[in-house]
Design a protein around this ligand. Sequence first.
Ligand code: NAP
Length: 302
Amino acid sequence: MVPQVMLSEQGPRVSRVVHGLWRLADWDRDTKGIVELIGACMGQGITTFDHADIYGGYTCESLFGAALAESGMERSAIQLVTKCGIKLVSERRPGHRVKSYDTSRSHIVASVDNSLRCLRTEYIDLLLIHRPNPLMDPREVDDAFGSLKESGKVRHFGVSNFLPAQFETLASKLHVPLVTNQIEYSVMNLTAHADGTIDQCQKLDIRPMAWSPLGGGRLFTEGSRQALRLRKTLGRIGREVGGASVEQVAIAWVLKHPVQFVPVLGTGNVKRIHSAVEALDIDLSAEQWFEIRRASTGQDIA
Ligand code: NAP
């Protein structure tokens, strides 16, 4: 069973493994099928669901919200994460001329109001600014966050894909804490080891959330030398630890880091969700972790 953890001292409490809905529109599930998916996650202890306004070209939140209403589930039993700040060119947003970022007070507040309607809920547990905006005015974000907090529409705030300097700059102008940074991290992508984001989370005692923890599926399909090396090494280490799959060892590698990443799973396949959850029971040795690191980079450490 997946345990609950705090993302930061100030909260929120989330499941140690989160389910992500980016690909929901591709899964060919009707409302009943999404209710079943939510139930399967909850049955494993995955109570936290990751969204963004733009997922599925602005459709995923509504698909999920309809299922949530249909399920009759207690709102307090789950945690909803969503994001804002990216504007897509879409027939659902005829006013958008170019893909752009918008972190103005008015856009953030309007985006949250729309997410609340789509998700059919009174509040968002955690709102993330999806990407750093070169035109960001931190005072506008502070204004928006302050008003959303006061109205009870959003309980906690964070960012995604922010470098440490961007995180620090925004945080310095806010009256609410940033409780996480959701970043790309997997055996396929070790950028966070070098760009300071993990160090910053350790310094601030916040858990990062890891998106695409299986490299968005490229770990299984890609013909690159990196992916070939990784499949071989993960398979061998899986046998060493008693018959774990490539996918389970890849998730265990993410979980091993002392910053205590919260991986955001992107599969719509219930068997694969079950299998990923079992990775919580795998305790890789430091040497196994470094062997996988070497398979990823193709090089020994210095
Ligand atoms: P992922 O778990 O790395 O990749 C999921 C993909 O891998 C799916 O297409 C899945 O296909 C495939 N897959 C999983 N296990 C497999 C296996 N054993 N064999 C073959 N294929 C397998 O995660 P992701 O979907 O890229 O991202 C996860 C979540 O992170 C998203 O839903 C979203 O919530 C979040 N995210 C956030 C950002 C951001 O900027 N903050 C960006 C991207 C994503 P099946 O469905 O067929 O299993």
